[in-house]
Design a protein around this ligand. Structure first.
Ligand SMILES: Cc1cc2nc3c(=O)[nH]c(=O)nc-3n(C[C@H](O)[C@H](O)[C@H](O)COP(=O)(O)OP(=O)(O)OC[C@H]3O[C@@H](n4cnc5c(N)ncnc54)[C@H](O)[C@@H]3O)c2cc1C
Length: 393
């Protein structure tokens, strides 16, 4: 498929020629001509004042809403290992697909990816597996090209991906080429069953309101979701599904990025995201030294130390400990919030924790609305007693 040229309307003005990022257009005998390799980016269409260029009808309207079916999850991998976010999205994707009465597919692009069958155990009915050495490094132009081709051919109605560094960068390209909508960084996904619409909720206006966004006229409906927003369901090793192998050929795909090397960042010292237990402190701690009390509790419990943004802003603890919308999203088995009020931006990063214990001297603090156990009291009295009890049994 390529951009349509209506030669009767073309005046040969040449405005489209510099607009093509791939240099595929030229004017010959006062009419525009297109070379091979069109990605349907639409830049030339916008540049043409005479409406001589247009995208194929399927793109102008998106795939017709009625014939798009199925929920897809992009199963991100790195160095052949599937990322946890793929399983989290499959768990929520399963519920969305069941609500719609449709299938759930995982799309795995990579090389020699291990344990692909686990995607079925986590809820996929089908895994589209594209294995090629050229996909090993997640070269984004290659991923984009393949994903776009698959969506055009197989027409899913929903595509979701992790809001990871890769997801944030490559999925918007897919959405732009497909000329459909994308909601980035969702914190909730649901279905309007009557209209088969994906309800995509995310914080907006600086986190002050939660907006629910829909994409009524184009397909697929696309969204990215931060890791750990959804919980991974328990895998079911007995689930049956199908692995569909597809090929990838890089010939004809223009790769504008060349990966020279990849270096792992080692500056991160606080592994909050992986912690089973987190002890977190807020402005209620009053000063930096008081974090020593929380560090002692964390030590006894074998927990990581977290904080609210207020404590970070006060300079009491480094940003790497911040939990929330502009910090880390965590999902530990136990989250102990000490002197944290429970602002919506903090809750956005921790409310899916299995058990939440809140210690706060204000009985009306919003944190108690999400707490499994609430202790109304002065943290400077409660925490030392907790430490003593845990140490001495
Ligand atoms: C765009 C944007 C992004 C944001 N991102 C984040 C984010 O990622 N993470 C985040 O945390 N916040 C974030 N915030 C800030 C958020 O709105 C709140 O301001 C912040 O979470 C408040 O932190 P806090 O609960 O520690 O402080 P406060 O709201 O001041 O609450 C302190 C609490 O401590 C209690 N307390 C005081 N003394 C004691 C005591 N002795 N014993 C027990 N309890 C006591 C008080 O009753 C109170 O409930 C963001 C805000 C915006 C606008």
């Amino acid at each position: 498929m390529e951009v349509n040229i209506d030669l009767a309307k073309c005046t040969g003005c040449g405005a489209c020629v510099p607009a093509c990022p791939f240099g595929l257009l030229e004017v010959v005998d006062d009419k525009v001509q297109l070379k091979e390799g069109c990605t349907l980016c639409g830049a030339c269409v916008d540049a043409c004042a005479f409406e001589a260029l247009s995208l194929p009808a399927v793109m102008e309207t998106g795939a017709a809403a009625d014939d798009s079916r199925g929920v897809w999850v992009f199963a991100e991998q790195r160095r052949g290992v599937l990322k946890n976010v793929a399983y989290e999205l499959l768990s929520r994707g399963r519920e969305l697909a069941d609500t719609l009465g449709t299938g759930l597919s995982a799309v795995c692009l990579g090389h020699e990816v291990r344990d692909v069958a686990s995607l079925i155990a986590y809820g996929a009915d089908k895994v589209y597996l594209v294995d090629s050495p050229d996909l090993a490094d997640n070269q984004e132009d290659f991923l984009t090209h393949k994903m776009v081709a698959m969506v055009r051919e197989l027409k899913p109605e929903i595509v979701i991906a992790g809001a990871t560094a890769l997801g944030r960068s490559f999925i918007p390209r897919v959405a732009a080429i497909l000329n459909t909508g994308l909601t980035a960084d969702c914190t909730g996904l649901d279905i309007d069953t009557g209209k088969r619409l994906l309800l995509q909720t995310r914080p907006t206006f600086g986190g002050n309101i939660m907006a629910t966004i829909i994409c009524p006229n184009k397909r697929p409906q696309m969204a990215t979701v931060r890791p750990r927003v959804f919980k991974k369901a328990a895998p079911d090793a007995g689930r049956r599904g199908e692995i569909v192998k597809l090929d990838f050929r890089k010939e004809g795909v223009i790769a504008r990025v060349k990966l020279l090397d990849s270096v792992d960042e080692v500056t991160e010292t606080v592994k909050l995201e992986d912690a089973d237990i987190i002890v977190s402190g807020g402005r209620g701690l009053g000063k930096a030294e008081n974090f020593k009390l929380l560090a002692e509790l964390a030590d006894v419990l074998g927990a990581a130390l977290g904080s609210s943004r207020a404590a970070v802003d006060e300079g009491w603890i480094p940003y790497s400990h911040q939990v929330g919308q502009t910090g880390k999203t965590v999902c530990p088995r136990l989250y102990i919030a000490c002197g944290i009020s429970g602002a919506i931006q903090h809750l956005a990063g921790m409310q899916t924790s299995d058990i939440i214990v809140a210690i706060n001297d204000d009985p009306n603090a919003p944190i108690f609305q999400v707490a499994t156990y609430g202790i109304v009291g002065d943290l400077f009295k409660v925490v030392p007693r907790l430490i003593e009890k845990l140490k001495n049994g």
